[in-house]
Design a protein around this ligand. Structure first.
Ligand SMILES: *Cc1c(COP(=O)(O)O)cnc(C)c1O
Length: 429
């Protein structure tokens, strides 16, 4: 017991009512609504507890069994477990589980493998690429020469010939594949052939489809990629943070050094434990069943929307993520997203390829089946969700429609509560 601060080791969140109320509100929001934002998921109680554990107290720097501070016995065991499981899940020789985020994983790889001013060939954000792949507003955009590839106007898919042409013209040191709004499987072998032709490295950022890769439901970036990065909280359904994976030992020093001390300091050990937990789950047969359901549910949603007359960019999805073109309805993504949120459906506005509209009021929405599937929704539920989206998008300004859809959303979510009572994250021992 701390005499300086009675209750220090025993009082929970209720000791801070303002904070407790906000966290309870967030739990209620997650519980009552339907999460369709592709960068989100719902973690297991196990992951939640690992991240909220005493590991937050421990500071370590460096790699397991080579730390700069003492007392790292259990820290080493935890990080080694996460690394071991990452290697097992993705069938690769090396893993760094320390990146605090997906952006840090990418920045660390670039810092480790590139020199200032080197050229990166990456997907344009306007075509679905991620900002951490060299957007001018980021450090990566400032420190490297960025060349961008897009998608073919008709197929709305990556055009390998166009990528090859850019690679031959600009001779990048690294080619980046994988984006935040690209719904289709990527031809990793084809991109590797392009990389080989110009002596570049191929980096695959699989943040949005790592779970599918882990379970064999999406082509594997290895052996084609020299280095693979991912977030661990999207399709991997785990801790907040990122990861780097590779096979060639000669890259190890540069990649590890690019992460620490390159772009980060000490390890977020609680997040590393959360990564160990979700990677342990990813090795279980339940995770494959979950991902198979993600694919099935995403197709059910996409087909329902298409049948209602909403165009699905590229005609479908291979990744559980889809882009919906709203332009035939005369509604913009920002207006639709606001109306859907009022109806209990969380989505994000998104540019579509060759979008004539600005990013603040784009033509599309991005949807994903990840979180809804995690709470047990099946294909029927996703067909119902598609119907609700259609209704809201037809009448985004009609309060009666929004209220009616909201009631149906709440009836569905009430049948699939998350964490269950008492409220997780704010429960007492
Ligand atoms: C989400 C995402 C990231 C960035 O992750 P943060 O954790 O937000 O830094 C990087 N790459 C891709 C492809 C992503 O989708």
């Amino acid at each position: 017991m701390s005499t300086l601060h009675p209750g220090y080791f025993t009082d929970g969140l209720d000791a801070d009512p303002a904070l407790a109320a906000a966290i309870r509100g967030e739990l209620h929001r997650q519980n009552a609504g339907i999460e369709l934002i592709a960068s989100e998921n719902i973690v297991s109680r196990l992951v939640l507890e690992a991240q909220g554990s005493v590991l937050t107290n421990k500071t370590v720097e460096g790699l397991p069994y080579g730390r700069y501070y003492g007392g790292a016995e259990f820290a080493d065991a935890i990080e080694a477990l996460a690394v071991e499981r990452a290697r097992a899940v993705f069938g690769c020789a090396f893993a760094n589980v320390q990146p605090h985020s997906g952006s840090n994983a990418n920045a660390g790889v670039f810092l480790g493998l590139l020199k200032l001013g080197d050229t990166i060939l990456a997907m344009d954000t306007a075509a679905g690429g991620h900002i951490s792949h060299g957007h001018p507003a980021t450090l990566t955009g400032r420190d490297y020469t960025i060349v961008r590839y897009g998608v073919n106007r008709d197929s709305e898919r990556i055009d390998l010939d166009a990528v090859r042409e850019l690679a031959l013209r600009h001779r990048p040191r690294i080619i980046v594949a994988g984006g935040s709004a690209y719904p289709r499987a990527i031809d990793f072998a084809g991109l590797r052939a392009v990389a080989d032709a110009v002596d570049a490295l191929l980096m695959v950022d699989m943040a949005h489809f790592a779970g599918l890769v882990a379970t064999g439901l999406h082509p594997h970036p290895f052996p084609h990629a020299h280095v693979v990065t991912t977030t661990t909280y999207k399709s991997l359904r785990g801790a907040r943070g990122g990861m780097v994976l590779w096979n060639d030992e000669s890259l190890s020093g540069r990649i590890n050094g690019g992460i620490f001390p390159g772009v980060q300091g000490s390890v977020m050990l609680h997040a590393v434990a959360g990564k160990a937990a979700c990677l342990g789950e990813a090795l279980r047969p339940e995770f494959r069943a979950y991902n198979a359901a993600v694919v099935e549910n995403a197709r059910a949603l996409a087909e329902t929307l298409a049948a209602a007359g909403l165009r699905i960019v590229s005609g479908g999805t291979d990744t559980g993520l889809m882009l919906v073109d709203l332009s035939s309805r005369g509604v913009t993504g920002d207006v639709a997203a606001k109306a859907l949120e009022a109806a209990g459906l969380a989505v994000n506005k998104n540019m579509i390829p060759f979008d004539p509209r600005p990013p603040e009021a784009p033509s599309g929405l991005r949807l994903s089946a990840n979180a809804g599937t995690a709470r047990g929704f099946g294909a029927d539920a996703f067909r119902a969700i598609g119907g609700w989206i259609d209704r809201v998008v037809r009448a985004p300004g009609d309060d009666a429609t929004l209220a009616a859809v909201r009631a149906e959303v709440e009836a569905l979510t009430a049948r699939h509560p998350i964490y269950g009572p008492p409220a997780a994250g704010i429960s007492r021992p």
